[in-house]
Design a binder for this molecule. Structure first.
Ligand code: DGJ
Length: 701
């Protein structure tokens, strides 16, 4: 049983294959966290220790590690819940009111906390993914009182790890064109906050974290980690109290947050998944990857290999037309491309980024006969057809804005600040949701389209929702994201065969919330392979390679070999984005060969277990990543070096994840060797000169 409750000690123990998580109800009827980490053998290992007497300047509640602290009493640490009741009382006192268990493939525990005086119920949900050592947490608030409650913060979860003063916080930071950079900082007393206030997931921080005690490696040591499933403003706070309790609290950002909970109404928070690995960061990532492939990605396409894609953006920008795209499609198909995507520029008066967003009719000058002739031609070439949209936005220079200036997010009487010459439609509004659903539904019903790239090219500003009373306008933070999810869910239900890609000027919307609805993401507009290697490495900490689109474009084509750029992009779901008119016959032939190589190994990249062997950010600036079939019968290794000389060659690459006693044949080697040898003796990889790379296949004999 993965969920146990011991009545005598009012103790809850959640067990996965290798971990346990324990809580107990204390003498004040509060739910207190006891333990999370490597599985402990006995119930008596979990004890509720009384908080010692502290000086009057200290807070016993801060030290007690409540499982889901409401802001109440002498409490200064990060709370999970903050409310104002109708009579002005602003503390929320949460006592345990009961619990229930639901058995199933992923068993669930629900513990009900309650502020009895106001009838506010807080259900803490825990879903256990036993095999993956993961626990998914979320909270449902229900106002059982007879007056509205103003919710000022409702976090998804607080994760407590065993107390210590040497924790290190790992996270993914960056900016536009430079997303997903791996950062590691020691935690000291106080808080380290990562967040988005932008109403998208954000390029600057990603809602993923890991904690270790400063000494975990890729292969060893305890690592606690988590990821939030929310595509709007979010916040994750890692906190060390003065007495070295260490906690990570996360959920919808409480900055400018406000949600009025009417009597009988509910508010459900996004899910926050957490896990523990005793085998370092590599295993932590693999658990999350597997979770995404089996439990997160939309079921229709989760088990399908992602097709090799062509995208027009970097090749032709807004200059798309039936004739020219058709000509490129011919070349793409000949190379082995399987999905042809027309990016921005096909609709409205979209000749540049100053006009057209919102007007979703096919531009008659560029496509005089509509999209159908191009779609037919692409299908005739044996490829699927895909299209770019940016449904959440409007250019002021558009028919839509001229007709509905009130549909954009704004504060009346204030400037409507533009970014990339565009404003955001208010997806919290019902009429806006219907408008977007209708045109998207029409686009997908009237055309034989297999793929949608859904873009979002600016963050929010002046977040007003003037149609609502002043005390409810902050609900826009929640309702905008709900609107987005609702539209995508409806479209997916109406068009289940269509594959969706999440893009927000590159990697601004990569999170477990969007991956529940969209099948893949575009991690960055930066297609320089050298910089991309670091973006891809960071991405791999939180997200599966199958979800990561990677294109070979003309970026750095004059100095980075084509094979190097391909090998970089082959470490995710491969795409091509160069202007094929400019590619020589030799280059097209080489690309054709490389696409063939990719098709032979993509099942390993997209569905295998990922091992980061050498990091582009360290030492010799050599990247080595290995993908192993779940049954360990085959693997593929990518090695990409910035520069290697004869005088100082690369040490052997030590493989991982193979079966020790199995014999494997390695590309280019005559005699098979054991998995143990490849892991203990390593594999010599000779690369001489600048920007050399190899793709090496390893197959069981
Ligand atoms: C930003 C995306 O990241 C690009 O790939 C491209 O689709 C442009 N938007 C189009 O405007």
């Amino acid at each position: 049983m993965s969920i146990q409750y011991e009545e005598k000690n009012r103790l809850f123990v959640l067990e996965t294959r290798r971990t346990s998580y324990a809580m107990a109800v204390n003498g004040d009827n509060r739910l207190q966290h006891l333990y999370w980490g490597e599985k402990l053998p006995y119930a008596s290992d979990y004890t509720l220790t009384a908080v010692p007497e502290l000086a009057s300047q200290e807070s016993t509640l801060d030290v007690a590690s409540l499982e889901y602290p409401g802001w109440a009493g002498i409490y200064y640490a990060e709370p999970c819940l903050k409310t104002t009741f109708a009579d002005g009382v602003r503390d929320v006192v949460l006592e345990v009111a009961g619990h229930r268990v639901a058995e199933g493939a992923a068993p669930e525990l629900c513990i009900e906390l309650r502020d009895a005086r106001y009838g506010l119920a807080v259900e803490l949900h825990y879903r256990i993914y036993e095999e993956l050592d993961l626990i998914e947490r979320w909270v449902v608030l229900t106002n059982g009182g007879d007056r509205a409650v103003a919710v000022e913060s409702a976090q998804s979860a607080q994760w407590s790890v065993p107390g210590n003063h040497s924790y290190r916080f790992t996270h993914l930071a960056g900016k536009y064109f430079h997303e997903m950079q791996l950062r590691r900082v020691p935690l000291t007393e106080g808080k380290k906050v990562i967040e988005s206030r932008r109403s998208n997931t954000g390029h600057h921080q990603n809602p993923w974290f890991a904690l270790d005690r400063g000494n975990a490696t890729e292969t060893a040591g305890p690592v606690w980690f988590g990821a939030l499933a929310w595509s709007g403003s979010w916040k994750i706070t890692a906190e060390v109290t003065p007495f070295y309790e260490v906690r990570v609290t996360g959920g919808m950002n409480d900055f400018d947050f406000g949600y009025r909970l009417e009597p009988g109404a509910k508010l459900e928070t996004p899910a926050f998944i957490g896990g523990f690995s005793a085998e370092g960061f590599g295993e932590a990532s693999r658990l999350l990857h597997r979770h995404q492939l089996t439990n997160v990605l939309p079921k229709e396409h989760a088990g399908n290999l992602r097709k090799v894609l062509y995208n027009s953006w970097e090749a032709t920008y807004f200059d798309v037309s039936e004739k020219d795209q058709g000509a490129i499609a011919e070349k793409a198909a000949a190379m082995g491309v399987e999905l042809f995507v027309v990016d921005d520029g096909w609709f409205g008066q979209r000749h540049h980024d100053r006009a057209g967003l919102g007007d979703w009719y096919v531009n008659p000058d560029k496509f005089p006969n509509g999209l159908k002739p191009l779609i037919d031609r692409v299908h005739g070439l044996g490829m699927d057809f895909g299209i770019w949209v940016e449904p959440e936005m409007v250019n002021p220079d558009s028919d839509l804005y001229r007709a509905h200036p009130d549909w954009v997010i704004h504060f009346p009487g204030r400037a409507r600040t533009e970014a990339r010459n565009q404003l955001m439609l208010n997806l919290a509004r019902r009429d806006v949701r219907e408008y977007i659903f209708d045109f998207m539904n029409r686009l997908l019903s009237d055309h034989d389209i297999q793929f949608v790239k859904w873009d979002m090219n600016r963050p929010i500003s002046e977040p007003g929702w003037p149609e609502l009373p002043a005390d409810r306008q902050k609900e826009i933070w929640v309702e905008y994201v709900r609107g987005l999810y609702e539209i995508v869910d409806r479209l997916k239900a109406a068009h289940p065969a269509v594959v969706f890609e999440s893009c927000s000027s590159g990697g601004g919307r990569v999170d477990l919330g969007i991956l529940r609805r969209m099948d893949q993401t575009w991690p960055s507009d930066n297609t320089n392979a050298l910089e991309r290697l670091k973006i891809q490495e960071g991405y791999s900490y939180g997200y599966a390679a199958k979800t990561m689109m990677a294109w070979v474009t003309d970026n750095s084509a004059d100095w980075l070999p084509l094979s190097y750029r391909f090998h970089c992009a082959m470490m995710g779901s491969l795409g091509i984005g160069g202007n094929l008119h400019h590619w020589s016959d030799e280059k097209l032939a080489e690309a054709t060969r490389l696409i063939g190589d990719y098709k032979a190994i993509r099942h390993l990249v997209q569905e295998g277990l990922l091992y980061r062997l050498l990091s582009p950010g360290e030492g010799k600036q050599t990247t080595a990543v290995q993908y192993v079939a779940p049954d360990q019968t085959e693997a593929v290794l990518f090695v990409l070096a910035v520069h290697q000389s004869n005088a100082d060659p690369l040490p052997p690459v030590y493989l991982q994840g193979l079966e020790p006693d199995r014999l494997y044949r390695v590309d280019g080697q005559d005699r098979p060797v054991s998995g143990r040898s490849l892991m203990s003796q390593g594999l010599p990889v000779r690369l001489e000169g600048a920007f050399q790379s190899r793709l090496i296949r390893i197959a069981s004999v």
